[in-house]
Design a binder for this molecule. Sequence first.
Ligand SMILES: Cc1ncc(COP(=O)(O)O)c(C=O)c1O
Length: 301
Amino acid sequence: MEETRIVWMNGNLVPGSEANVPLLSHSFSRGSAIFETFGVHKSTSGPVVFRMDQHLKRLKNSADLLGMELKYGIPEIGEAVAKTIIANNTMRGVVKIMAFWGEEAIVNMVPSSKLDVAIFSLNKNSNLPLDNDTPLRACLSNWRKLDPSSIPVEAKAVGNYLNGYLARREAKDRGYDLSFMLGTDGFLAEGSIESIFLVKKNILQTPKLGKILPSISRMTILEIAQNVGINVKEKNLRIKDLFEADEIFTSHTGVKVHPVMVFEDKEFKIPGPITSQLSKIVHDMIYFKNNKFKHYFKDIV
Ligand SMILES: Cc1ncc(COP(=O)(O)O)c(C=O)c1O
């Protein structure tokens, strides 16, 4: 851990070494914490956050879906984010918000307390390589995305990520960078921590919502694509759509357009034209070379 890290923890800025939870807390021992991660970017006026309103809305929604209540209101958390970014002198990095039951809960499966909140502002570095869009080698996972009838997959909950861990582990074991999971219905779902897009005959396609995390990057890419006249379709996609695609890319907070050069044994010519077009727009957006999408950013002071 960076020795100088400052964490906002339940109302106070504390050294990172003091931001801990007991091993027997519900959130650690049952995996019940919820979280959000979003970008901090360097604008001409200082650090700005990327679509924090949407991320905080999703945080609240994660809590609601799991019957949990945050100890702090969304406006208060927004103010705390600003303080944390300033305290850590973050210019390019990510904010990570964790909300959790921090007290010991040994047999109590349903704590009645409100969720503690910890906010981190993590600076881009070699352990946090943001915006690195080196083309990816992807495979199909044998693991299926969690079924929404087992757990709300639209909640960004720590426990859900064992599913993503297994899918990523399988990919690494097979020599790929990442893998794509199908849902239990057999349709394409998402990667461990990323949404999947494909382009076929100039139409940008991505799995529809309902069985995947409602990704803010996914939403942004769909909005940008429509704004620049690219046809988009949110629909049920099958494995064969990946093999028949002209282009595939993944998307998440850290790398909004990440081209895929290999899917299983199929190679793609990269960069494909629509992937390149979107990648350039995103690049210009996050480096403030184009004001068209400036409304996605919010000053923190
Ligand atoms: C399962 C999953 N899908 C998609 C994404 C991308 O979401 P976002 O754009 O909000 O980062 C994430 C991000 O962590 C994720 O965990």
